[in-house]
Design a protein around this ligand. Sequence first.
Ligand SMILES: N[C@@H](CCC(=O)N[C@@H](CS)C(=O)NCC(=O)O)C(=O)O
Length: 200
Amino acid sequence: MKLFYSPNSPYARKCRIVILEKELEDRVELISLMPSDNPPELIAANPLGTVPALVIDNGSSFCESPIICEYLDSLSIKNPLFPVKKDERFKILSLAALADGIMDASVACVMEGRRPEDKRYDVWVKRKEKAIVRTIDAVASQNIDENTTFNIGTINMAIALSYVDFRLPHLDWRKEYKNLSNWLEYMNKKPSMIATAPVL
Ligand SMILES: N[C@@H](CCC(=O)N[C@@H](CS)C(=O)NCC(=O)O)C(=O)O
């Protein structure tokens, strides 16, 4: 299998962490590329032209990180990351979705910041930043800590919060949400988080 990724994509980071946690390194070749270059091999795997994209051994492919992560999880019984029982499953998928939303809003702010200054829409950026802070506030009320089960929800949330630290440090959420910040420090020490950390 081949995973197309870019080193600082939070969505691709989810898949890279799942590969490490499921010990699938020998089965998945990681191919780093820049989606903005429109590489033909990426477009062939994913017409949306986004990373991550996974090409499986029969030549077919998947796009969208939630689907790729669930597919990778299904390949091995080791360290299950998607709960099967209904209530637990939807609780975890909801946390994962909130994390994806933080990533989407953060990426939107980053992209807006790359436009020429006179073409940026600050009202939009502020709206997205407010959504990020509100969501962090909601997640903080779930009292996630070191005893919370490690799964796709907590992986996604740790990546999302790390991405906010990386790209939107001015939001400075850690001051207000000390417990969540301590939990992220704990998560950031995991080998799979260290191995996939964004690089400037
Ligand atoms: N919802 C998608 C988002 C993927 C995405 O937007 N990836 C970004 C990199 S962070 C990308 O490839 N952007 C290039 C583009 O939009 O053309 C997922 O979860 O996989």
